[in-house]
Design a protein around this ligand. Structure first.
Ligand SMILES: [Fe+2]
Length: 550
């Protein structure tokens, strides 16, 4: 069975292709359109479909739209209600319903040959839930006892949360929380109050929280409460009473960091109660997570440590991008397909050596083909160079995981500043380390290992903090990516070569993009990024392009 999944309505439009239960391709529209997040998350942009991503997904499998058995759309307009009935102030929300209703015809226009009658609307949170439980590497458990799933985001049709269990391809929903109560919208409100872009910059708030003390926690506890049946209440919060509203780019104070720390802590407390409630009900062993809130790696670590579940697995594309994949998996499971778990996030575009070399020739760049690009990169990093690393297929989801990455030496604290400058990032934000999986336990503790998707935080062992200061956040933690040599042989070889030279099995890894741009996806993006950023070496496929020294 061939299913094309589409996410378009709220955030991060994306497409995914599932064939005979296996994930063939998945990509976000932003990587093609070069517009970060695809479109703004406003009702009047909700018609925009992931046209290029969808076309590429089909082309990558040699399929035509007429070959598809089904198309899923991760929002079910039949469940929607007027915004004011749900207690939301969003006068244009009805446009979402209008566009969603027309989506099958819009899709048939974008992908000629597609039959609008083949389009199935999958409820938004079911799509999120499936993206976690059905993609997680616990296929045996899915048949025996099931896998629990918790979805938390800003909003779906009229809820912001789902607690359920997937067993034998079927979802049992134990609880949903109706709007206007929403932990995702609460965090977005704070993001905006702190002068950042809502539905986009929430991870900056999480980073800022590490600089504060949760001294507003009692007020937050009064306003944000769990209910006995596994739901929660979020009351209106007078943010100004705790810290004044910031304009974009305005300097934040201790009050703002304390407010961020308070909301972060309350979020962790509430998530923990929701997870414990679910476990109390199901007795489950594995918890899977999706929805934008599941990108909060600090909260994920609290759940992994204290929820009572043996294991916690988070969908790497936990935001709405992942719902294209989840909706397709859900439909395939319902049809009785045997699903193959997700083995990595490298589900986007890849390029042959011939294609890459052609692009280098077109750009008339001087390049070389070393015996082993991994050694060349390790050497450059050891000499404190910054490397743009473009290898294999691009990642699905917001994290660079060793395919479209910017790499640097972790031993020099000033490299944090250097990378944040390249990327136009605020200096208070940490950069993350990639580490050889079999060495991770020596250096990092607390968070679960392995951690291949950068979705948890770990404590850096005290005697390592001075050795890798560039990747240690102000609170002594790091958001790590463990690299398994079987899964990622090239990245592992580069890390091993770097360790041989420096004694450090760790390299700084941040996404390959410059300020305000989506991650680099194709070779031309890589060259444009290399051309405009102070990067010393571009490792693109087996080729090395060096920045000429002045
Ligand atoms: Fe969502």
């Amino acid at each position: 069975m061939k299913v094309l999944g589409i996410n378009a309505l709220f955030h991060d439009p994306s497409a995914a292709l599932v064939v005979d239960g296996g994930i063939v391709a998945a990509a976000e529209e932003e990587r093609f359109s070069r517009r970060k997040h695809g479109h703004r998350p406003v009702p009047f942009a909700a018609w925009e479909l992931p046209e290029q991503a969808a076309r590429w997904c089909l082309a990558s499998a040699g399929l035509e739209p007429t070959d598809l058995d089904a198309v899923t759309y991760s929002y079910d307009v039949r469940l929607a209600r007027p915004a004011d009935e749900m207690g939301l102030h969003d006068p244009w929300d009805h446009l979402r319903q209008t566009y969603a209703r027309q989506a099958p015809e819009f899709l048939a226009t974008a992908l000629p040959g597609l039959d609008p009658a083949d389009v199935t609307f999958v409820p938004h949170h079911v799509a999120h839930a499936a993206s976690a439980a059905l993609a997680a590497p616990y296929d045996a458990l899915l048949d025996a006892g099931g896998v629990d799933v918790l979805v938390l985001d800003g909003r779906g049709e009229c809820a912001s949360h789902l607690a359920g269990t997937y067993e034998r391809g079927r979802l049992t929903t134990h609880r949903t929380q109706e709007l206007p109560h929403s932990l995702g919208l609460l965090y977005e409100d704070l993001t905006e109050h702190l002068g950042f872009l809502r539905s986009s910059d929430e991870y900056k708030v999480m980073a800022m929280a590490s600089y504060g003390e949760p001294r507003f926690l009692e007020e937050l506890r009064r306003r944000v409460r769990t209910s006995p049946e596994g739901g929660f209440v979020t009351e209106r919060i007078d943010w100004d009473a705790m810290a004044k509203r910031l304009a974009p780019g305005e300097q934040w104070s201790q009050d703002h960091a304390d407010l961020a720390a308070s909301v972060q802590r309350r979020l962790e407390e509430v998530l923990l109660e929701l997870a414990r409630w679910l476990r109390g009900r199901t007795g489950g062993r594995v918890l899977t997570l999706a929805g934008g809130v599941a990108l909060n790696c600090v909260a994920n670590t609290v759940l992994a440590e204290h929820s009572g579940y043996d294991e916690v697995w988070v969908q790497p594309a936990a935001g709405d991008a992942g719902t294209s994949l989840g909706s397709a998996l859900h439909l395939a499971a319902q049809a009785g397909e045997r699903l193959v778990p997700m083995r990595g996030a490298d589900l986007g575009r890849g390029w042959t050596e011939v294609e890459i070399e052609e692009r280098l020739r077109t750009a008339r760049l001087r390049y070389e083909r070393p015996d082993d690009i991994a050694e060349t990169v390790a050497e450059c990093l050891a000499e404190d160079g910054v490397v743009a690393w473009f290898q294999g297929r691009s990642e699905f989801g917001p994290r660079a995981l060793g395919h479209r990455s910017l790499l640097a030496h972790p031993g020099r604290r000033e490299n944090l500043e250097r990378l944040n400058d390249v990327k136009g990032r605020e200096q208070f934000r940490p950069v993350a380390p990639m580490v050889l999986a079999d060495r991770a336990g020596d250096i990092f503790s607390r968070g679960p290992l392995p951690s291949p998707y950068m979705l948890f935080v770990h404590d850096v062992a005290p005697h390592w903090r001075d050795r890798i200061p560039a990747v240690v956040h102000v609170d002594g933690t790091a958001r790590i990516q463990t690299v398994d040599a079987d899964q990622e042989p090239l990245v592992a070889r580069m890390l091993t070569a770097f360790e041989r030279r420096t004694g450090l099995p760790v390299v700084v890894n941040t996404s390959l993009n410059t300020a305000g741009r989506p991650m680099v996806d194709d070779p031309r993006d890589a060259l444009e990024c290399f051309g405009s950023a102070p990067v010393d070496l571009l490792a693109i496929g087996p080729f090395a392009v060096r920045r000429p020294t002045a």
